[in-house]
Structures are given as structure tokens and as C-alpha cells.
Design a protein. Sequence first.
Length: 117
Amino acid sequence: MLIAPKSKGLNLLGLRPTGDFGPLTGYTSKRGKPVWFLKAPPTSPPTGWQTHQRNVFRQIARTWKAMPEADRQAWLSAAKAAALNITGYNLFVWYQITKNRTAIATVERQSGITLLP
């Protein structure tokens, strides 16, 4: 069921919605208009691959939380110092998935902060 709010309350400050907001899911149409509809429950259980991927991201989050605060702060500071458009946590997640040491070496060089041993 599509919802067309009469007020622009859900389109705050000109944001282009994507994802869930409470009981609603939103996206921006090809015409640039926000589209909102009631969130529907899944119709089938997750596949094995989906479960695996969710577990990978859970483990990365656990690893991040288990890191010393100084190490987490280094990732956050490096992303900011290198003027990346992502947070240090996002950079850490990306590295854990890709294991691209060359890109991290570039971030280290640009930021002056050592991230990897």
C-alpha cells in the first residue's frame, strides 16, 4: 500500500529517503519524488547466503567493539583526515570485507595515521 503523505513531514529538509523509518519504507522515485509505503514483513526465511552475510557483518561489528578505544579512534580520525566521505567505522568494515591493504596504505599516507600493523 503506497502512502502519499499530505504534509512534507517525512521529506524533512529535502532529504532523499531510502530505507526504513519506523513502520514505513521509503525511496526516491526516478522523478525525484519521495515514495513511502508500509513496511511489509518478509514472505520467506533468509537464504543461506543472506544468513552468512549477516553473520559476517555481525562478526565485523564484534571485532570493532572489542578493539581498544585508541584503535577505533585511529580509524575514525584517519577517515576524517583523509577527507573520505565515509566514517572510520565504514572504512574498517570495508577493509575487513576487501582486505585491500593498498587502499588502506593510501589512507594512512594521506592521514598520517597508522591503521594496520
